[in-house]
Design a protein. Structure first.
Length: 367
């Protein structure tokens, strides 16, 4: 009788496990992206509105190269790669709120910050050389720093801690690492593929690995890989799959020795995830394409995005709620300011300095 009960228990355990795995596979929605070659889409087909916001700096300040950005409410934080400075701006009028440069080796200082993230009204800065996360309040006052023991180039703050992209995954620590709020390593996800190097082609990731949708749900995607993961119940769960059909990169191809930009295949760059829409960015024959894909899979729009009115390059790098955010220089948006009817010609010089960057904010169309 005891032997029978043991067999029954094992059967139930295996059945439950199989049922759980089947459920996970059923949750993996697949979107097929085909017949997109050389197609173009107008930016007005994706966005209900575009706002250009000149950033206003003091006369002695100049932003060199924006490495990363994130938002708390109506405040946007920008990381300047050239000076290792962090700026905050009001997204309503573009006025500078504050600026800090905490470069150094002391407590709450950084050497080479590479990424920003926000959660629950706090700003977090990832310092790659020292493997630390520095926490700031919304006014850019340093609070504390957390140390971890592996190199990371990107991360996202979540309610219970942080998810980080591990630059040197191995058999003990996978590609994505979950740290709690004390900086302790809880677990890691997605083992490294021996036939694939994240630094193949010497390009690394081609966009942000981590995004939050308008409901603060966290999603993770990786360049050159077609799976998008969802952070749920302290796990990374495969949630979406992008399938390019016959243009998928063959599994037999050695990605470590291949420049995919020179091959006749489509490969994923990064994705923006919204509650009703998935916007994957991918490359094919050195051209960047975007998909505007309702979760139902119907009425897909896929192509190279063109601004047919003002010729503003479409290259959003960040997601904030139901918006996409890009950064442009004066040369890219000059035509807009010269022709935008709501801006008087004599006020252009007052609201915009050619040396200063401009935020391009896209409001997505609802489906």
């Amino acid at each position: 009788m005891r032997y029978f009960n043991t067999l029954l228990f094992l059967f139930i355990l295996v059945f439950s496990s199989c049922k759980y795995e089947t459920k996970k596979q059923e949750a993996l929605n697949t979107f097929f992206i085909e017949n997109f070659q050389n197609k173009e889409l107008g930016v007005d087909e994706l966005a209900s509105g575009i706002k250009l916001l000149p950033l206003k700096l003091d006369t002695n300040q100049l932003i060199g190269k924006i490495k990363d950005a994130c938002c708390i409410g109506d405040t946007i934080y920008l990381l300047d790669e050239m000076t290792a400075s962090i700026y905050s701006f009001d997204m309503k009028d573009g006025k500078r709120i504050s600026c800090i440069c905490k470069k150094g080796n002391g407590p709450n200082e950084y050497v080479n910050p590479v990424a920003l993230s926000t959660d629950l009204g706090k700003l977090y800065v990832l310092d790659m050389p020292t493997s630390r996360i520095i926490e700031f309040d919304k006014n850019l006052n340093a609070i504390r720093d957390l140390k971890f023991n592996f190199p990371s180039s990107d991360f996202i703050a979540i309610n219970t801690g942080f998810l980080l992209y591990n630059l040197v995954p191995n058999s003990k620590l996978n590609k994505y690492v979950y740290l709690n709020n004390k900086g302790e390593c809880i677990t890691s996800f997605i083992p490294v593929d021996k036939n694939y190097s994240p630094n193949n082609n010497s390009f690394g990731n081609l966009g942000k690995s981590f995004v939050k949708d308008e409901y603060e749900r966290v999603f993770v995607s990786e360049s050159y890989r077609n799976i998008i993961y969802k952070w749920e119940k302290e796990e990374l769960i495969p949630f979406y799959r992008i399938d390019f059909g016959k243009l998928n990169v063959p599994l037999s191809m050695n990605n470590n020795r291949t420049n995919l930009f020179e091959e006749p295949y489509a490969f994923h760059s990064n994705s923006f995830v919204f509650s009703e829409i998935l916007i994957p960015s991918f490359f094919y024959k050195s051209h960047r394409y975007y998909g505007f894909i309702p979760k139902s899979g119907d009425n897909q729009k896929i192509g190279i995005i063109k601004d047919r009115q003002y010729d503003i390059p479409f290259f959003p790098q960040w997601q904030n709620g139901n918006q996409l955010i890009a950064i442009c220089r004066y040369e890219s948006v000059k035509k807009y300011f010269e022709n935008y009817k709501q801006v008087k010609e004599d006020s252009i010089a007052e609201c915009f300095e050619p040396e200063h960057p401009v935020l391009v904010i896209y409001d997505l169309k609802s489906i």
